[in-house]
Design a protein around this ligand. Structure first.
Ligand SMILES: NC(=O)c1ccc[n+]([C@@H]2O[C@H](COP(=O)([O-])OP(=O)(O)OC[C@H]3O[C@@H](n4cnc5c(N)ncnc54)[C@H](O)[C@@H]3O)[C@@H](O)[C@H]2O)c1
Length: 363
């Protein structure tokens, strides 16, 4: 039985790249045991294992057969999330999979079916839900401080922040999309979480590709290594309006590259009593009214709370109890909800018109 009570959950991190390193650190910090580090790049697996523990392995299938592995984390390029997660679930492992959950809703459904059949835990790495700002904002919203939420302004905007330009991040067949699938997913998920996951009914979106493929693309730094001459067939910016069944809307701007003066990493939710500006890692501000005065309130929040450690501590608890992730952790259903919006955003942009959300996408 995977993860017996009281014992450290033994984890194999699959993918020893940038986020795999964050997983390894958080697993150790949260009381898990880093048992194996898997990467096709042997040197990367060996380095991470030497630095953080565990045995290096090149083929993920080798760890799925082992009885001394309770859970795996999937820290791979997006096109591998579904096949590796499903193989791990079928092998009886609990799975923590990075965002986006998969390449499309059809894959999300396959993962969720596999988790149900195997009776194993499946959690999505949407760590902004575990940030201290999110907890503070959600507490205020749930206590009624904002009244009824009816709109959100969602921003995930970088002036120049294309990751690994020319590598898998900018290759549609491997990433599923550009900044929407990469960073927009975080901020849109956070917003929908704060709004209480209202049922989405329609999306109107536009994607742009103005910067990413240009020879004179210039940046001051890059997440992941560039591959000169590699594919850049994804968007570099998106704008989208989402309508929800309860009448609320969300207005999303998301970009890896945009000629803007200010990077923006925030969401602002607006209610009929107050609004809240949430800047993950940088506090919240409540825009309210007291009597005849408009008042901004800035709560002082604890520092040094690691959302990565929090989400792994929660994952280990789910592995021990066998219960599916509950919020703030992101379940497979939550991953499918946000993938439904991502699919609709790309569908609307391709069609050049508003598209309706198919109720079957959310089921
Ligand atoms: N939660 C976050 O904030 C966050 C941040 C960055 C990335 N991510 C997500 O994490 C995932 C990985 O991103 P990254 O930045 O770490 O990418 P990366 O390119 O740095 O790392 C991916 C690793 O996977 C390895 N790999 C590729 N195919 C493999 C296979 N078949 N078997 C074993 N290893 C294989 C590569 O060699 C590489 O080391 C992506 O889904 C990304 O969206 C999440």
């Amino acid at each position: 039985m995977a993860g017996k009570k009281g014992k450290a959950i033994r984890v194999a991190v699959i993918g020893a790249g940038s986020i795999g390193l964050s997983h390894a650190k958080a697993i150790v910090a949260s009381g898990g045991q880093l048992a194996f580090v898997v990467d096709v790049n042997k040197a990367a697996a060996e380095k991470m294992a030497a630095d953080h523990g565990g045995q290096p392995v090149a083929d993920y299938r080798q760890v799925l057969d082992r009885d001394d592995v309770d859970a795996v984390t999937v820290a791979l390029p997006n096109f591998l999330h579904a096949p590796v997660s499903i193989a791990a679930l079928k092998a009886g492992k609990h799975v923590f999979c990075e965002k986006p959950m998969a390449m499309n809703v059809a894959e999300c459904k396959q993962i969720n079916a596999a988790a149900r059949k195997a009776r194993r835990v499946f959690q999505v790495g949407l760590h902004h839900r575990h940030m201290i700002e999110t907890a503070a904002a959600k507490e205020l919203i749930d206590a009624g401080r904002c009244g009824k939420l009816y709109h959100a302004q969602v921003n995930a905007i970088r002036r120049r922040g294309v990751p690994g330009r020319g590598g898998w991040f900018t290759t549609r067949s491997k990433a599923g999309g550009g900044p929407m699938a990469d960073i927009g997913v975080h901020m849109l998920d956070l917003t929908c979480y704060l709004m209480g996951h209202p049922k989405p009914v329609a999306v109107s979106a536009q994607t742009f590709q103005k910067m990413i493929h240009r020879d004179d693309y210039t940046c001051t730094g890059m997440w992941a290594s560039p591959v000169p001459g590699g594919p850049t067939d994804v968007e570099d910016a998106i704008t989208a309006l989402i309508r929800f069944e309860n009448g609320a809307t969300a207005d999303l701007q998301c970009a890896w590259a945009l000629n803007t003066v200010t990077n923006k990493w925030q969401t602002e939710v607006f209610g009929d009593q107050a609004g809240i500006l949430v800047k993950p890692g940088d506090g919240i501000v409540v825009a309210g009214q007291e009597g005849s005065r408009l008042v901004d309130t800035t709560p002082l929040l604890p520092k040094g709370v690691s959302p990565f450690n929090n989400q792994f501590a929660a994952f280990f608890e789910f592995c021990r109890t066998g219960k599916q992730p509950r919020r703030p952790s992101a379940s497979g259903a939550d991953g499918q909800y946000i993938q439904t919006l991502i699919d609709a955003i790309y569908e609307s942009a391709a069609a050049g018109r508003e598209v309706r959300i198919k109720p079957s996408s959310l089921a």
